[in-house]
Ligand binder design. Sequence first.
Ligand SMILES: [Zn+2]
Ligand SMILES: [Zn+2]
Length: 277
Amino acid sequence: MFDYHVHTEFSVDCKVPMVDSCRAAIAAGVTEIAFTDHVDSQPSDMGYGYYRAEDYFRSLESARAEFGDRLTVLAGAEVDFHTDTAADVERFMAQYGREYDFVIGSVHYGAGGAIIFPEVFGGRTLDDVFLPYFDQVEAAVATGWFDSIGHLDIPKRYAPRTHRTYDPLVYRDRLNEVFATMIEKGVAFEINTSGLRQAPKTSMPGPAVVRWYAEAGGKRITTGTDSHAAQTVGAGIAKTLDMLELCGIDAVASFRRRSLRLVPIADLRPALQRAQA
Ligand SMILES: [Zn+2]
Ligand SMILES: [Zn+2]
């Protein structure tokens, strides 16, 4: 099992040392973990300037030294993308991009530079939030800077009760355009299992969206828990592999030094069964 979205103390909203998550990953049957701390790009974000790349890589090396014989520990990042801050993101990627195994591009800010939290829905319709959000996602894909797109329909995570009517079918045509760009650029998206633990009660994105992507010819999917606590490392990944197979995806993406290899889900089953036994 691959958990390719895990935060550590190098993220502003997380206190967990890497070694704690490595122990939890091994216990949960995770075989590859990517530590993907936030690289925040919006100057107004509380995490802006928080990330320290050199210290991150030092900590990663010591986690590898301690757990490398039992767990593949990958250098990752979750880089916040918005067209307003693209120049800063480009600078970061030019400086550090080659140092990582795997880089997620995530959109956390939408129209007018507003962060996608519940407040953003005040006075807005779902379309007002989702359409500019998908524009940003597509722009992130088009840069070619990222290996995978984070939490593809994240606005649903923060939708307040008044807006709990999200139906991906409404955005199917727009999603298909985004998928075409992803496939052309060779950019994956992740199944982010945190949605299963939170209000949407479904992953981001959920099965319908995955099926449309598979029907469009897409094959590149990564799996991640978006853990900010050690106890959720690996959570929902086994279930996600079942879901992917049902939706017509028979492999998950693994990365080394930014290069992708598709691993058949069938090959992951024996380790999974051992972990669950
Ligand atoms: Zn994120
Ligand atoms: Zn995250």
